[in-house]
Design a protein around this ligand. Structure first.
Ligand code: ADP
Ligand code: ASP
Ligand code: MG
Length: 490
């Protein structure tokens, strides 16, 4: 993509006043007919807005479908084909029923034909998995992508039925990635070119382009995915390629909050946030944004809005360049990553050669290393899942001894210059001084302080920290709603 435009006026590739808006709807935002009707209302409101927006819609699979596909694939690979086929039939029936309630006449027949075609391809993949008795990362990507193939066709037809001109664009034909299955990265130049060729003419003629999120393919056409939660990343990729004026992430919460509202009911909406802070938050486990999605938005300086599809009238969170998002707050948000394993790699000789070997082995097992520290005779690493560790330990035998502890959670405080304010760390550690805080990690940036707690005490630690760093907020009753929010921008 075309260089860093931070601080410059971002240039839309369309006439002034004809801004491109990329709207991404997550699984819960398209979970049933009521939710899809809300999506239609939101898309229509953009088309009718003063801005005359050109709209691109990116959709996730319907809520729970990706997990169900994974379960079905695992069952098939374990020889339980009957259970696998029954599970995907349920997925098909759910889409079929939605098609029935949202689309009429010949459009329904055409959609039904498309869904049946996808369903047959899915069944045949399950048969292959049963025959091969394995679900490797390549087949897994192929399998999981069916959710977005189903949902994007359904939503496109529902939009048309509601009188909005929409065309389905095959994301796998436009978004080209490397072959790192399960976590693929886009090959920018070709992706940008293909998106412009496929989407721009539609937008120019006033048609809404609808793409499945999360899915892509290699240059050889092998299906890949952008990682779990990757539809956010798709929206940012599309936004960057088309020079969008804004990327909107429509989800099930009122915006980015001071912490995950599922962990702490006192969490409040943050109205404005810097790109950097939001990127840290996503990296350290805030599921509301895919960790890779902010990079394209930062590069092209495209503001990102996080909005609630159930309450579209709310302002949500605006994520933008640092200068405009100055908050004056020491801690902007607190986030947490569950299921972390703390790994110690012990060896008589910790040197660059050993580090290289260790990285290569973890990489070969697709085991992402989060934080790394070395000391005499020991390398400490955090990983998101312990599943690959027995194999990694076996491979490193003779070179180093690998030990790990499971059931940890990484708690992270995020805020501009947080590490230059020592009182933040001392207040945080005082709050959890009676807990087993095992490893303290200071990230490479100035914006985070993070530490490990026992997973069982995660919610308690988050509630305590939230109480300390967000006690003085004046809840504002706003927009006629019930829940509170506060504005960080000065
Ligand atoms: P979608 O299906 O729309 O992509 P996700 O489930 O991926 O939605 O992300 C939304 C969820 O992210 C929320 O329901 C919330 O529990 C979780 N979340 C975690 N941290 C935060 C945070 N700081 N602010 C808002 N939501 C958060
Ligand atoms: N459906 C995919 C997932 O569940 C991608 C997404 O929802 O963004 O991970
Ligand atoms: Mg998500």
């Amino acid at each position: 993509m075309s260089g860093n435009k931070q601080g410059l006026e971002r240039q839309s590739r369309f006439e002034q006043g004809d801004d491109v808006v990329v709207m991404k709807f997550g699984g819960t935002s398209v979970e049933d007919a009521t939710a899809i009707r809300r999506v239609i209302g939101i898309v229509r409101s953009r088309a009718q807005s003063r801005l005359k927006a050109h709209s691109v819609v990116v959709v996730s699979a319907l809520a729970r479908v990706t997990d169900q596909l994974l379960e079905a694939g695992t069952a098939a690979a374990n020889g339980h084909l009957g259970a696998a086929l029954a599970a995907v039939r349920d997925i098909y029936v759910r889409h079929e029923q939605l098609a029935d309630s949202l689309v009429d006449g010949s459009a329904y027949s055409a959609l039904d034909g498309e869904l049946r075609g996808e369903f047959r391809a899915l069944e045949s993949l399950l048969l292959d998995l049963e025959a091969s008795r394995q679900l490797d990362t390549q087949s897994r990507d192929h399998l999981l992508g069916f959710g977005e193939c189903f949902s994007s066709r359904l939503i496109k037809e529902a939009l048309c039925q509601a009188g909005i001109q929409a065309v389905h664009v095959d994301a796998r034909a436009c978004i080209v990635t490397d072959a790192r299955h399960g976590q693929a990265s886009p090959v920018w130049d070709v992706t940008e070119q293909r998106l412009q060729e496929a989407v721009s003419p539609l937008l120019q003629s006033g048609v809404v382009a609808v793409l499945g999120g999360f899915i892509a393919s290699t240059s050889g056409g092998v299906p890949t995915t952008l990682g779990r939660g990757g539809s956010d990343f798709t929206a940012a990729i599309v936004g960057a390629a088309l020079g969008a004026a804004r990327v909107e992430i429509w989800t099930d919460v009122d915006g980015i909050m001071t912490t995950d509202p599922k962990l702490c009911s006192d969490a409040r909406v943050i109205r404005k946030m810097s790109f950097d802070e939001a990127a840290e938050l996503a990296h350290f486990g805030a599921k509301v944004l895919h960790p890779a999605m902010l990079a394209p938005a930062i590069r092209e300086n495209i503001p990102v809005y996080v909005l609630n599809s159930r309450r579209p009238e709310r302002e949500g969170t605006e994520i933008m360049g640092r200068a405009r998002a100055k908050t004056g707050k020491s801690v902007s948000a607190i986030t947490a990553k569950r299921n972390v394993a703390a790994v110690e790699i012990q060896s008589a000789r910790v040197n660059s050669e050993l580090l290289h070997t260790v990285y290569a082995v973890f990489d070969r097992h697709a085991c992402a290393v989060d934080v790394m520290a070395t000391s005499l005779g020991c390398i400490s690493v955090l990983v998101d899942s312990a599943s690959a560790l027995p194999a990694i330990a076996a491979e490193l035998r003779g070179v180093a001894e690998v030990r790990w502890e499971n059931h940890k959670a990484l708690v992270c405080l995020v805020g501009e210059n947080i590490r230059r304010q020592p009182e933040v760390a001392s207040r945080a550690f005082a709050a959890v001084s009676d807990m087993d805080v095992r490893v303290v990690c200071q990230g490479a940036s100035d914006r985070t302080i993070s530490f490990l707690v026992e997973e069982a005490r995660l919610e308690e630690s988050i509630r305590r920290l939230h109480g300390i760093f967000f006690p003085e907020l004046q809840p504002v009753r706003d927009w006629g709603g019930n829940s509170s929010s506060y504005c960080q921008a000065g």
